[in-house]
Design a protein around this ligand. Sequence first.
Ligand SMILES: Nc1nc2c(c(=O)[nH]1)N[C@H]1C(S)=C(S)[C@@H](COP(=O)(O)O)O[C@H]1N2
Ligand SMILES: [Mo]
Length: 354
Amino acid sequence: MYPRDPFFKNKPYLTTRSLQPDNQETPIHFLENGETPTGLTYRRNHFPFPTLSTKSYYLTITGSVKTPITIQYNQITTMPSRTVTAVVECSGNKRAHFRPKVFGEQWKDGAISQGTWKGVPLFHLLQIAGVQDSVHEVVFEGNDSGIKKGQHVPFVRSLPLKKAMEHDVIVAWEHNHKQISPKHGFPFRLIVPGWYGMASVKWLKTIRVVDHPFSGPFQTDDYVYYPHKNNNEEAVPVTVSHVNSIIQQPLDRQILQLGQHEIKGLAWTGEGVVISVEVSVDDGETWKTATLHGQPRQFQWIKWSYSIVFEKNREYSIKVRAYDSNGHLQPDTAFWNQKGYGYNAVSQIKIKVE
Ligand SMILES: Nc1nc2c(c(=O)[nH]1)N[C@H]1C(S)=C(S)[C@@H](COP(=O)(O)O)O[C@H]1N2
Ligand SMILES: [Mo]
């Protein structure tokens, strides 16, 4: 049989959404708890991968600071470090589920990963440079660039100063205990745990402290919730990841044998922790509490499972919803927005029992 044949290595692959730029999602049904292996970490890029030059090996901190500084790669790796294990989820994750459908990469459930990142807290770098009082935001520019709406632009985004000063926001140089790989931001990458992935700027080139609200195509055009179909009123920036979950097992539309089965998956949230996961096997009529495996930890997903005896010749509509410590739960219907960000409706699958 195939699995026993040592020459036939059965293992999951990334699912390709586009090759140029490289946008590929994780086959999340097959992942275990813990760190997503780097090779299975989803990839989301707006532009071609940047080519590294010696210039990529230093980082500058400029703008409204007392002393602009340049830090070499070798210097940064000797600075006081902090290690965070965090979910990074693309705000477009699950976009394919929106109805009415929206434009953009049609991500299913795998534009998400959990990794361990080591780096220097950003506040430490900002303290060295000396942030001036008038400061509003901190702007992060990547080494990648390309054409966006007819203009050549880099990938660049900002954080409000208050967020930038939080201790878990780091300039990372390690991912999963190794140097960050070239596709995930080598040599330096900002990591903003709890916020959707766009905030975690890869291939960091400059950090610029500014005394005005920053606007750019990835700040005030993309990564904005536009709740109305025909106008841009009531726009809100995309920030914190929503409470969310995935069913890893069984697979959607799987045919199962009667008897005992385990429904299992992962749940996560941006702020606070997941405190409970509920499962319904009757299309949401009644809900039971799933078992959580391990202690809920900030920024990390948690494995959940629910054991059930399925009856013969029946179809089951299975739903799952997670709750977090801030009182958020997954809604029955996701909050629709023009660009399809932040989908987190109740997870659902259908199965059939023979
Ligand atoms: N420089 C740069 N940083 C970036 C991006 C990018 O295109 N360029 N994409 C962002 C988006 S939208 C996401 S979801 C994450 C994806 O990170 P990954 O490819 O390492 O999984 O990186 C963010 N940082
Ligand atoms: Mo993203």
